[in-house]
Design a protein around this ligand. Structure first.
Ligand SMILES: [Fe+2]
Ligand SMILES: [Fe+2]
Length: 447
């Protein structure tokens, strides 16, 4: 490996000794003076060690904080660059036998920086970049072999090394990579989770990194790997919860809706309305994932009534209306916020603003806001969908009916927000049409 500079941790932290002479006076004074100088050096060293220890502690705390995977990777890149004076760096995440680009930081070229949160169209030349996990690139080699590379001169790699440096990014961006630290992120099960690349150390002419830099980067990377592994587990668990909710809700819904798209549309309408009403991101997400359960009580309605094509008797209507109470019973008593919201929605989505709804004949603000939002979304979707007893109404007609219902059937503030975000509502309707053949159980994306 073309490593030229290698200093060990032990060498770096070795106390300075020798080379300092007594400055004047007799030998006793000289000894005192020499002792004084040594003492001062020791104090400086200890202060330096403390400072470095504090920095490392701070980095550990930041990397251990629960956060999404991409945020942890961004923080890892930021902190290691700061600690090792790297001018630039990139991070890749491993999945499906390839490395996907996550973010790029570059102090010399802010125009090349890409944050994980940036939308795709701002990711310029890095959009969708993936690398195969093989020896054709430094990152691919490090990921495949679990080996950290400390490269002094990326353009001067000897022919006999088993990896290659890809110059295409430099050529495209007019940035000059000189030295690189390429560190695989490996979890405790020896799986490669990603690769961290640090580029060009700024405090020496060649930009080279030392052996000690490599060791520090490795230590931080292995700590970040634990956080990333935990974050992935958290994501999987959350996704599994939401997936289960969507599938159970679809099971109830598909008894009178062949496609099950109704619950997905209602769910996204609810989120859109919540955002339009300036509720928090968290509340909008709760609406997104709790509202699919609004009709879960239909599980208790017999097919003969639920699928009856003709007019319902008053007795049958009462059985149908009872899905609100049954739904509330299924969802009641949970300590989980999402299920608590779902409980309120299931029980109150057929209440009316004027008090003429069911099951509790609540009116106005006594109806939980979650139920008031879902009421608009649910009725709008019923109006714009074909049923055995009616065709799908046009958008204009459905909007007119919702608008007319403000202050009677619906909360006027909810209707106002719903009308304001009409383009988004129409886009959801278009995207999740019954005939679109989408999976009824797919978990909506969390933005
Ligand atoms: Fe309902
Ligand atoms: Fe519904």
């Amino acid at each position: 490996m073309p490593k030229t500079t290698a200093r060990s941790t032990a060498e770096d932290s070795k106390p300075v000794s020798g080379g300092s002479k007594p400055i004047a006076g007799n030998s006793e004074q000289g000894v005192h003076c020499e002792q004084g100088v040594h003492h001062q050096q020791r104090v400086h060293l200890e202060q330096g060690v403390h400072l470095e220890f504090d920095k490392l502690l701070d980095i550990c705390t930041r990397l251990n904080a629960p956060a999404p995977v991409e945020k942890i990777l961004d923080e890892l890149l930021h902190q290691t660059r700061k600690l090792l004076n790297a001018e630039a760096g990139t991070v890749f995440i491993a999945s499906c036998e390839k490395l996907s680009f996550v973010c790029c930081q570059n102090d010399a070229r802010p125009d090349l920086c890409v944050a994980p949160s940036m939308s795709d169209h701002l990711r310029s030349g890095l959009k969708g970049i993936t690398l195969p996990i093989n020896d054709a690139s430094l990152a691919g080699y490090a990921a495949r072999n679990g080996q950290a590379l400390n490269i002094d001169d990326a353009y001067g790699l000897p022919d006999d090394v088993p990896y290659r440096f890809d110059r295409s990014y430099d050529e495209r961006t007019d940035y000059r990579t000189r030295a690189m630290l390429v560190i695989p992120l490996i979890d405790e099960s020896e799986r490669t989770l990603g690769v961290l690349q640090l580029i060009n150390r700024v405090d020496n002419e060649r930009g080279a990194f030392s052996e000690r830099d490599r060791q520090i980067a490795l230590a931080l990377a292995s700590m970040a790997a634990i956080s990333i592994h935990n974050a992935k587990l958290r994501d999987e668990l959350r996704h599994a919860h939401l997936d289960t909710i969507m599938r159970l809700s679809a099971a109830a819904e598909m008894r009178d809706d062949d496609t099950g798209q109704h619950i997905r549309r209602v769910s996204m309408y609810c989120e859109t309305i919540a955002r339009a009403m300036d509720f928090s991101h968290n509340f909008a997400q709760l609406m997104l994932f709790a509202s699919p359960m609004h009709d879960i009580g239909k599980l208790a309605v017999p097919d003969a009534i639920l699928k009856k094509p003709g007019k319902l008797t008053s007795q049958e209507r009462l059985v149908i209306e009872d899905h609100t109470r049954v739904g509330a019973q299924i969802l009641e008593g949970s300590s989980i916020e999402l299920i608590q919201v779902a409980h309120r929605i299931a029980e109150s989505h057929h209440e009316r603003w004027d008090g003429g709804g069911y099951p509790n004949k609540l009116a106005g603000d006594d109806i939980p806001i979650e139920g008031r939002i879902c009421a608009v979304a649910d009725v709008f979707d019923a109006l714009t969908s074909a049923r055995v007893y009616k065709p799908a109404f046009s958008m204009d007609k459905a909007y007119a009916i919702i608008q007319e219902g403000a202050g009677e059937h619906f909360d006027p503030a909810v209707v106002e927000a719903f009308l304001r975000d009409r383009p988004e509502i129409e886009a959801i309707h278009e995207f999740l049409g019954d005939e679109a053949g989408k999976s009824p159980t797919a978990v909506p994306s969390t933005s």
